[in-house]
Design a binder for this molecule. Structure first.
Ligand code: PEP
Length: 251
């Protein structure tokens, strides 16, 4: 079995000021000092530097929650991959369902964002996932395959192992409805199969589950053979609860 380092990411969405971000990191670091996992914090743009500065010398990595596909240009309100890399940010969340749903993020834009992130040395955390309607209609695999093929279309087979994939069923995000272990395993194994069929070293790709992960359900989800970590929203806003999820990865 390949060894994949567990990857636990905190997606803060539009939460936490600079002061609150600093307090969180100060509270978190002593609780995760012994972790062997990759621990990633995804603050809003305004708090990136505050988190970057506090985590120097620790195992914590910092990710932005979005970026534009161009390096620069007349795109008011946007930031680019080189701008994030300049801040010592290491990763970026791309294609989160909230961006797809509320900000018209398209697969065409993602097909350009993923290679742009890689070119700047950022680790893309690409989110894919089906709606409740698609799941009920038996179209989960079709949706996942379509998103993966479209969003990774311009990434070489070799570079796919540098991308982290987050399986985030939309119906489980922020709803308290968590996928069953069987649903999460099935979807993550399917994602790995799609990547393998494309010619990628799929056993090296980290695949995360996201959707109402909490301290109480993390251990079961993180023990699944094809689930290599978690993308955590609500439960990542509290340092203690996020630290417990990080601890569950080691268990
Ligand atoms: C997310 O923001 O990606 C997420 C999974 O949120 P939550 O954990 O709150 O469902």
């Amino acid at each position: 079995m390949p060894e994949r380092t567990p990857y636990i990411a905190a997606n803060w969405k539009m939460h936490k000021t600079v002061a609150e971000a600093g307090e969180f990191v100060d509270a978190l670091l002593p609780q995760i000092a012994a972790t062997q996992s990759d621990v990633v914090i995804c603050p809003p743009f305004t708090a990136l530097t505050a988190v970057v500065e506090r985590r120097y010398g620790t195992a914590v990595k910092v990710a932005a929650q979005n970026m534009h596909e161009e390096d620069s240009g007349a795109f008011t309100g946007e930031v680019s991959a080189p701008m994030l890399a300049e801040l010592d940010v290491e990763a970026v969340v791309l294609g989160h369902s909230e961006r797809r749903q509320f900000f018209a993020e398209t697969d065409e834009a993602l097909a350009r964002k993923v290679p742009a992130a890689l070119a700047a040395g950022l680790e893309p955390i690409l989110c894919v996932g089906e709606s409740e309607e698609a799941r009920d209609g038996g179209q989960t695999e079709e949706v996942l395959e379509r998103q993966l093929q479209a969003d990774l279309a311009e990434v070489s087979d070799e570079d796919i192992a540098k991308v982290v994939i987050a399986y985030e069923p939309i119906w489980a995000i922020g709803t308290g409805k968590v996928a069953t272990a069987e649903q999460a395993q099935e979807a993550c194994a399917f994602i790995r199969d799609v990547l393998r069929a494309r010619g990628a070293a799929a056993d090296d790709v980290r695949i995360l589950y996201g959707g109402s992960v909490k301290p109480g359900n993390a251990a079961e989800l993180l023990a699944l053979p094809d689930v290599d970590g978690a993308l955590v929203g609500g439960a990542s806003l509290d340092a203690e609860s996020f630290a417990q999820i990080v601890g569950a990865a080691a268990a």
